[in-house]
Design a protein around this ligand. Structure first.
Ligand SMILES: [Zn+2]
Length: 369
């Protein structure tokens, strides 16, 4: 009579090896035709050519070089280990590619996944760690700092005002266009982003995670597939920078993204039922990446007239201020907002507005609490 293996034997002989196989990322190759499966991935090395991205005097490599190196390492592993997947790069060399074109490449090739790779930078050298973005409309201060930097690449393009329908990365009001977008691949994007961050936390050379975040990023805006933008660390932070300058560490980062890709493909090719823990969206570490301006001197609720908003802090006498000497500046949602006046009522402020609009046509009344 055959004897049934006891629990310990079962665990040793079957369950553990099976679990091991399940946990080890491997790339499934499906021979059958048809069915939904992940066939094409677009890997986007951010910046390039005359756009270096983030730079640091202390760094051997600029952001564009690190991005490309990581993209090629990731693509190589996918090509080698997932032969049924077509890998398309938005660039394989040091060349400039317009932001809209990067998404277009993915759309034209009917890609199933879009991975944009970037390196972060901040005024505060203390800011460090990795974060992965999906398209969303969250305009919190730290998200907007990234958005502005990554979106402002379009200013280096010719005809950007026509390509992006008048979108101005420096103008917070411009971001309203993103509110209209559909987000059909939100859950899949979040699922992939979570896998990337989980791998960074458990295996990455930079273990500090700023989480999975949502932000209005132009490069993800019109892609018609799950899409993420990965910020692999801060070039402005000395520890992150040292890591990013080491080839061995960059290979580890590429491996982490590859493992996330394989796990994602496994689910995508089987039943495609992605689930994610909404908590991943909340674990973002919200330390401000730009130090806020000192608080304004005026206290108590009142009205002022905002004359301009700028991503950079303007010097006294800057031409944008058009000779205005008396103003207050507040750092809100990634922008330095400049305002004048101190009016007890909205009506009073509105009466003064036309005079100020002669100099600053875009000026408007703001309530200060
Ligand atoms: Zn970048």
């Amino acid at each position: 009579m055959p004897s049934w293996p006891n629990k310990a034997q079962l665990l040793q002989g079957f369950i553990l090896p099976a679990l091991f196989l399940l946990l080890m990322p491997f790339c499934p190759v499906f021979s059958q035709e048809g069915g939904v499966r992940l066939r094409t991935v677009v890997i986007d090395a951010g910046h390039g050519g005359h756009d270096p991205g983030a730079i640091s005097k202390q760094s051997k490599m600029s952001e564009k070089q690190i991005n490309l190196d990581l993209a090629l390492r990731l693509g190589e592993r996918i090509q080698k280990e997932c032969p049924d997947v077509k890998v398309i790069y938005t660039r394989k060399t040091d060349k400039f590619v317009e932001l809209a074109e990067r998404g277009n490449i993915a759309n034209r090739n009917h890609a199933d996944l879009f991975i944009s790779i970037h390196v972060n930078s901040a005024k505060s050298t203390a800011a460090s760690g990795t974060e992965t973005f999906v398209m969303g409309t969250d305009k919190s201060e730290s998200n907007m700092a990234v958005c502005q930097r990554e979106n402002s690449v379009i200013l280096l393009e010719q005809d950007y005002t026509t390509t992006y329908e008048g979108f101005d990365p420096d103008n917070p009001e411009s971001y309203i266009i993103f509110n209209l977008m559909q987000n059909a691949h939100f859950e899949q994007s979040i699922a992939f982003a979570s896998l990337v961050q989980q791998n960074f936390i458990s295996n990455g050379p930079i273990k500090k995670s700023r989480g999975v975040r949502q932000a209005p990023l132009m490069v993800l805006w019109r892609t018609t597939m799950p899409s993420v933008l990965i910020e692999v660390g801060f070039l402005s932070n000395s520890s992150d920078r040292t890591t990013l300058n080491q080839a061995e560490s960059r290979q580890k980062i590429a491996n982490d993204i590859f493992d996330a890709f394989v796990s994602f493909k496994n689910t995508y090719d089987s039943d495609g039922s992605f689930s994610f823990d909404p908590a991943v969206l909340d674990n973002a570490d919200d330390e401000p990446v730009n130090p806020p301006a000192p608080p304004a001197a005026v206290v108590g609720p009142h009205y002022e007239i905002q004359i301009l908003a700028s991503s950079k802090k303007l010097k006294n006498g800057a031409p944008e201020l058009k000779g205005v000497q008396e103003y207050r500046v507040r750092f809100i949602n990634g922008f330095y907002k400049y305002s004048v006046g101190n009016y007890p009522s909205k009506e009073e402020a509105a009466r003064r507005l036309p005079g100020i609009q002669k100099k600053f046509p875009g000026a408007f009344v703001v309530k200060i609490d």
